[in-house]
Ligand binder design. Structure first.
Ligand SMILES: Cc1ncc(COP(=O)(O)O)c(C=O)c1O
Length: 378
């Protein structure tokens, strides 16, 4: 048996007729960039996320969503942005691209999300933004610190690239990832839990003026064609992506639920195969609805050997992320060194992502965990 890390074709069957009908419609209209398809999708995202109409602004990628969000809070060279080193590069790449300074805080070893106490201790007079990531699909515990951050004049930008549909139950209500700070940033890269058939992204803000500004920033800062109020970028969502994403959005809850069932079954299998002393399952905090964009375990010893063994045996597993951002060569100028963020560094040697996607079967999960057990002599 071979098991891929991700097989998008297994969920595509359900939506194929609708996708092909949408393609007919788009090619008949010959309208490919922004336009009605994008407006419709943005409107459905407003409803899904429970934000005022006009809050969702589609753009060309998750990376651009971060860039646009930072531009919309007027990030300037030298401003400090507190963030996590245990994430995909774009989180910090965009900060640096604008001349601002990524200031890292370590992460929690059980959820891999930013350590809030440490993040708060990094605030200085130059801190402009707090940029947490809802890593692997679970919301970072930011709800309790947002008012303090606002009182101190700091904006909150949520990197929600991996967490569309993730929520937290707090203060008697459901809070959706990407909507609790000032701006939320989503990625629709094809492998994401809500993914298109190319690059795509979205920025979300409940501030009407900021949403208007983001709509301009994504088209070179232009409100009226060929008239530019400020210097923006070219970052437009296209009609094909919007149409496919709109179709997939209707299945998202069901697909996220399926991911959660897969996660539960892995937990059970670790118990039944008695591998818990070697494998630590990801922790879901009480009140959180983790959507398991990735199912990332910690392997206490021999992670690389296990990965090679599983990959050779036909079970695709991956490491997200092998080198924390503070140790990336391009960030050497920031002056960090090995040992500065021990949890992130340890995680980079221990984490292993197992397959999790709609359509993954229980027998595939069983075969994978049997191999893990065999590797550890169980
Ligand atoms: C945490 C995080 N932030 C940002 C991005 C960037 O998204 P995109 O690939 O759509 O530019 C990604 C995507 O891989 C991500 O995982």
């Amino acid at each position: 048996m071979t098991v891929p890390i991700l097989d998008l074709s297994r969920s595509f069957g359900d939506i194929k007729p609708e996708v092909f009908a949408a393609m007919e419609r788009i090619f008949a209209a010959q309208s490919f960039i922004l336009g009605q398809e994008v407006k419709t999708f943005e409107g459905h995202c407003d409803s899904y996320l429970g934000v005022p109409e006009g809050s969702c602004v589609g753009c060309a990628s998750g990376t651009d969503a971060l860039l646009l969000a930072l531009m919309s809070v007027d990030i300037k060279p030298g401003d400090e942005v507190i963030t996590t080193p245990f994430t995909f590069f774009a989180t910090s790449g965009t900060i640096a691209r604008l001349g601002a300074v990524p200031v890292f805080a370590d992460v929690d070893p059980s959820t891999y999300n930013i350590d809030i106490a440490q993040a708060m201790s990094k605030i200085t007079s130059r801190t402009k933004v707090f940029l947490p990531v809802h890593i692997f699909g679970q919301m970072a515990p930011i709800v309790g610190v947002i008012s303090e951050l606002h009182e101190r004049g700091i904006k909150v930008i949520e990197d929600t690239a991996q967490a569309f549909g993730s929520t937290r139950f707090a203060d008697g209500g459901i809070l959706r990832a990407g909507t609790v700070g000032d701006v939320g940033c989503y990625s629709f890269f094809p492998t994401k839990n809500l993914g298109g058939c190319g690059d795509g992204g979205m920025v979300v803000t409940c501030d009407k003026d900021r949403a208007e500004r983001l709509r301009k920033l994504r088209v070179h800062g232009s409100g009226t064609t060929y008239y530019h109020d400020e210097v923006g970028i070219n970052s437009r969502l296209d009609a094909i992506q919007a149409a496919i994403l709109d179709i997939k959005l209707k299945h998202l809850e069901e697909w996220n639920e399926e991911r959660r069932k897969i996660a539960d079954y892995y937990r059970l299998l670790f118990k039944t195969h008695d591998v818990q002393e070697f494998i630590t399952a990801p922790v879901e905090l009480e009140g959180n609805y983790h959507i398991y964009h990735q199912y990332v375990v910690r392997v206490r010893e021999k992670r690389d050997e296990l990965m090679e063994y599983l990959n050779t045996e036909g079970f695709a597993v991956r490491v997200y992320y092998p080198l924390p951002l503070h140790l990336q060569p391009c960030f050497a100028y920031l002056g960090y060194k090995a040992g500065d963020f021990p949890v992130s560094e340890k995680l980079s040697h221990e984490v292993l992502a197992l397959p999790v996607f709609p359509g993954l079967t229980q027998s595939e999960q069983e075969a994978l965990v049997e191999k893990i057990a065999k590797f550890f002599g169980k």
